[in-house]
Design a protein around this ligand. Structure first.
Ligand SMILES: Nc1ncnc2c1ncn2[C@@H]1O[C@H](COP(=O)(O)OP(=O)(O)OP(=O)(O)O)[C@@H](O)[C@H]1O
Ligand SMILES: [Mg+2]
Length: 331
């Protein structure tokens, strides 16, 4: 019996989607290593809809009469909206080995594709041997490849990937070998939007490259979903705290999107701040008069540029002014 996973529509309107999990063939030379790269399911993960959309596309792909449809999804959203996490959790659900390959400005195509290296031949001389780069290695078996920070990559790097991403669906190595896109390989990407704010080292995506992707936007989560994430992750965090943190996040991020440059904040409140840093601050300062204020001062403000602190403080005053009564946790 094949292993089946069910994806539920978090909005409740679409039908559940059933998909068979992938299997890693046991005769692959790197079988052990590959199986070790299948991610664990995150018990605290809340699907904001992205996982279900991925599943919709996957289902259409699998049912396509022509067999192969070269559709790759790039998720575009601001920092800390949970893009990489969604893609990783999709790999976990489908049982695919997960290869996250950041395309920073420094990464060269030899790192991604491979190069010929000199090795000792055991007889005192040397011989040259081809060594797969990160992408080539991933393509040799079932894989979900996440090319993160797509718009930070240099143009040459992207050109090297053009053929892989379109109907040609293969990578030509300098050795003459052609590595084809297997039916059990999926390619995803993530990027930050460049329209609203600058992210150092990013640029607008080259149009020919962008055309090889399905681009989906990922927005900041709304208050009720942030509350849900906090409650699932911190079961004993008291409700007034959950609500205050969610409102701070929503208001800061609303201000981040504002067109008014005189009052808007320049740094969003990421899910990392909301789910990791603030609750850590609450634990540390649980005995304080105002634990939320201390957590804000010690775990949020230091991440903000000095000229931006006033804007953050304006949001604080408007939304909280004084944090909920301590202690933050039931236990
Ligand atoms: N849907 C979710 N449910 C629960 N936790 C989440 C979810 N999405 C993200 N997180 C948490 O938020 C953190 C940030 O997510 P992630 O690293 O995926 O963001 P990102 O959008 O890739 O950010 P960046 O653009 O900065 O790379 C993760 O460490 C994870 O713990
Ligand atoms: Mg990321």
């Amino acid at each position: 019996m094949p292993d089946v996973v069910v994806f539920e529509d978090p909005t409740g309107s679409g039908k559940p989607i059933e998909l068979e999990r992938f299997e890693v063939p046991s005769d692959l030379p790197d079988y052990e290593q590959r199986v070790g790269k299948i991610p664990e399911a995150d018990p605290h993960y809340v699907d904001l809809g992205m996982l279900y959309r991925f599943a919709q596309l996957e289902k259409v792909r699998r049912e396509a009469p022509s067999g192969f449809v070269p559709l790759h999804v790039a998720v575009r959203g601001h920092m800390g909206t949970g893009k990489d996490h969604d893609i990783e959790q999709f790999a976990a659900r489908l049982g695919l080995p997960y290869y996250r390959i950041p395309l920073t400005g420094e990464v060269r195509d030899v790192t991604l594709i491979g190069s010929t290296k000199l090795h000792g031949d055991g007889k005192g001389g040397t011989e040259s041997r081809w060594e797969d780069g990160d992408i080539t290695r991933a393509l040799r078996g079932p894989a979900l490849i996440n090319l993160s920070e797509l718009n930070a990559a240099g143009a040459e790097t992207l050109f090297a990937l053009h053929g892989l991403l379109d109907r040609y669906a293969a990578l030509d190595l300098p050795t003459g070998e052609t590595v084809r896109l297997r039916s059990d390989v999926r390619i995803f990407g993530t990027m930050n939007p460049t329209d609203l704010r600058d992210y150092a080292g990013t640029q607008t995506l080259n149009k020919a490259f962008a055309d090889r992707w399905v681009i989906w936007e990922k927005d900041f989560p709304p208050a009720d979903r942030i509350e849900e994430m906090l409650r699932i992750r911190y079961r004993d965090l008291k409700a007034p705290y959950v609500e205050a943190i969610a409102r701070l996040a929503v208001e800061v991020n609303e201000s981040f999107r504002s067109r008014d440059t005189t009052t808007r904040v320049e740094t969003p409140l990421s899910l990392r701040a909301v789910l990791d840093r603030i609750p850590t601050g609450l634990r540390i300062y649980a005995e304080d008069d105002d634990p939320l204020r201390r957590a804000w001062e010690e775990f949020v403000l230091p991440h903000i540029d000095p000229y931006d602190r006033d804007h953050y403080e304006t949001v604080w005053s408007a939304v909280v002014r004084r944090g909920p009564a301590p202690p933050p946790f039931e236990r």
